[in-house]
Write a protein that binds this ligand. Sequence first.
Ligand code: APR
Length: 273
Amino acid sequence: MLKLTEELSDSLDQAAALIRLSKHVVALAGAGLSVESGIPPFRGPGGLWTKYGEPTNLSYKEFLRDPQEWWEARFRNEDRPGDPTYELKVAVDQAKPNPGHYAMVEMEQQGFLQYVVTQNVDNLHRVAGSQNMLEIHGNRTWLRCLDCADRQPRDGYHFDSLPPRCTKCGGIIKMDTVMFGEPIPAEVLLACRQQAETCDCMLLVGTSGTVNPAARLPIVAKELGATLIEINPDETSLTPWCDIVLNGPSGEILPLLLNRLQNGGDAEPGNRA
Ligand code: APR
């Protein structure tokens, strides 16, 4: 349980004041936001890559080399314990949004948050009710055509033949999740960059800030005059760029921040350390 120290309480007040003064607040979300939903992060303590090593940048090249084999292997090995994707799949299949996701939805609904750019592919923002969002690394519950970029839900899709073909243009269909070595779909990347260029405040929620181009977005925002507020239990490579750092798990920090935003900064009744 997070200890609400005097310092944290003051930082929450400052963050709420900054957000209230801002016109276009964007949140850059990372895997840390979903840790309290039971999904391991990639780096840091308990991270999948910490455990299994960072994947190479060859995943996409391997897919393109033989899409049919890739899809056949996927259906063959879908439940193969001991593989990082299996561990992630089991965790994500069972995951539900946590109070951090719901606090972001409330912030959006009450006008304190205008857009979410998420690096997470777990679909939890959508399940929680986020509307204005961009999924820079795609969404594991969707499929995408490599040629025309048409996206469709994976649920209900009939894999009559492998590799699956786009009904619109006949192109090869892959998972919407962006693979290592795969370029981010151009229109998504442009939209994310536009959010970084137009925001005057960016929340960095549960991201290590290590994977580009997502990790570059806060720097772009900062260089254009935006303020940065980091929400993370640990220090990251983005911490030195931040105006305010709220150290703690996002599932607890975000509801506290929402409370300050709603109550004009009054401290939580009986909750000060
Ligand atoms: N609340 C908030 N942040 C947390 C929590 C928590 N409960 N637990 C851990 N964190 C922080 C960690 O300290 C770390 O800084 O979340 C961050 C997770 O970092 P990564 O695992 O590197 O996740 P992310 O930054 O989203 O990675 C970016 O890398 O492998 C790719 O595609 C993958 O989208 C991912 C990208």
